[in-house]
Each structure stands twice: as structure tokens, then as C-alpha cells.
Design a protein around this ligand. Structure first.
Ligand code: FES
Length: 87
């Protein structure tokens, strides 16, 4: 699984760098840093919509860093940690 975060200028201003830092921490916390690849990308051409990122080919737009982290927990961490630990 690959998580790609837009680090174009518009998303950067909204906090995409912080998203990457937080995602990275969460992956480490759950021992998933080898399983899930985290990468940055250039502008995804959806600047006006919010913070843009994607899980594999699925485009995701979050309105805040917090919301992105919630979505990440829900869609990336949860399916990987079936036992429900690490809440
Ligand atoms: S800067 Fe992120 S979509 Fe354009």
C-alpha cells in the first residue's frame, strides 16, 4: 500500500508537511513503516479542495490536518491492525 501526500505549494500552506510527519509517526508507532510506503507528490491539481492525498489510487481530500489523520487511522491503520490495538 502506498500513501501519497501532495506537497505542492497550496497543500503545503495548508499543512501537508505536517501530515507527512504525523503519518510517519503513526506508521512507526504501529510498526507499519515497512508495509506502507509514504511519499510526497507534486500538485495533484485539486488545490482548491483542501489537503489532497491518496491511498494507492484513491484520491482523498481533507479539510484539515486533524481530519486527514482521522481518515488515515480509519482507512490505513485500522485494516492493518485487526486486533484494534493502538487506539
Ligand atoms: S498543491 Fe496540492 S493539489 Fe495542488
Amino acid at each position: 500500500m502506498t500513501v501519497t501526500v501532495c506537497v505542492g505549494s497550496s497543500c503545503h500552506i495548508k499543512g501537508s508537511r505536517q501530515i507527512i510527519v504525523r503519518f510517519n509517526e503513526l506508521l512507526k508507532e504501529h510498526g507499519l513503516e515497512k508495509k506502507i510506503e509514504l511519499q510526497g507528490s507534486f500538485c495533484m491539481e485539486r488545490c482548491g479542495e483542501g489537503l489532497n492525498w491518496q491511498i494507492d489510487e484513491e484520491p482523498i481530500t481533507s479539510s484539515s490536518v486533524e481530519e486527514a489523520i482521522e481518515t488515515f487511522r480509519e482507512k490505513v491503520l485500522k485494516p492493518q491492525t485487526e486486533t484494534g490495538e493502538g487506539k
